[in-house]
Design a protein around this ligand. Sequence first.
Ligand code: PMP
Ligand code: GLN
Length: 382
Amino acid sequence: PPSRLPQLGVTVFSVMSALAQQHQAVNLGQGFPDFDGDPALLDAVDAAMRAGHNQYPPMPGVPALRQAIAAKIETLYGHAYHPDTEITVTAGATQGILTALLAVVHPGDEVIVLEPAYDSYAPNIALAGGVRVPVPLDPQTFRPDFDRLRAALTPRTRAIMINSPHNPSGAVWSADELRQLAELLDGTEVLVISDEVYEHMVYDGHTHQSVSRLPELAARSFVVSSFGKTYHVTGWKIGYVAAPAPLTAEFRKVHQYNVFSVNSAMQHGIAAYMGDPAPYLGLSDFYQRKRDRFRAGLAESGFVLRPCPGSYFQCVDYAGLRPDLAALDDMAMCQWLTREIGVAAIPLSAFYGGGSDAKLIRFCFAKKDETLDLALDRLKRI
Ligand code: PMP
Ligand code: GLN
């Protein structure tokens, strides 16, 4: 039979991690920490398992976890989601995003995506039968252009997908941009899928602008987050989606036949651990120190640094590094770096439906200081 996703191969993250392993390179490609989660969290999950939380939890998630999520969102962003009807625990943000799209997109509906965009969005929209409408972010600042967004809206627009802090650029929406989005969508029925998995990694004293801060946006939004990112446990694949009750009802129709429910012991463990807000409130400081260490080292190399106001990704331009390297496209550059220098990175072209000829690559700095230092030693020798 014909493929549902004929253009797709293996994701760039799997490809680059395999290449890194093959060449024993320092893997600053795929975004995951090379250190473990807090022992207190691991103990909490262990205790939940020993306490017998090993059978199917309730379909939308363990009540204590949904309550903890609702309390966190209300404290930080001022919006009260009802834990029973407006919060669903998912198998990572990945499942949350796909499930939201499957729940609301009808065949032929248009879904606006700001490019560059996380690589799962396009195939997810395709699986839902939607039509992806890419709108470029500013190539220098990666900020949204509201005139272009307005021009992209049509009567067929079902949803817009946004992502702040942004993967791959690290760009962070301002409160004013959030207001502009609210004004743009006023009077329409367009939904928002807001990917906020890096919500607790915002630097230099800025604050995360969740769509849940503005009631008029919250009313039309699915807010997606990931405990994998926040608690350094990407392999657990656990996250959540918060949305108004009517949207959550549609979301759960898909969720119940998609996964039905998510890992029980981890839900109980995270619920207990979330009682203390210090780990997520301290995450920005934790990663800002790593960002600063990594940027200070890179400043001594030939790479040109792009700003990094959020996320755990640092983008660099290699056009001025060496003429022979500047001639490479970004995928070839990442392969060369992995093979010859021993540091893996991700090409930004992977985040564009139609590719990109910019000379930009992404490093992940969610690594032990010694890992970052080893990578920097190698990068400075180019
Ligand atoms: N969205 C973005 C922007 C991401 O970077 C990631 C992590 N790769 C995800 C979603 C998926 O998160 P999870 O691992 O929780 O599925
Ligand atoms: N979110 C991770 C990244 O951007 C990748 C996750 C994955 O491998 N799918 O690097």
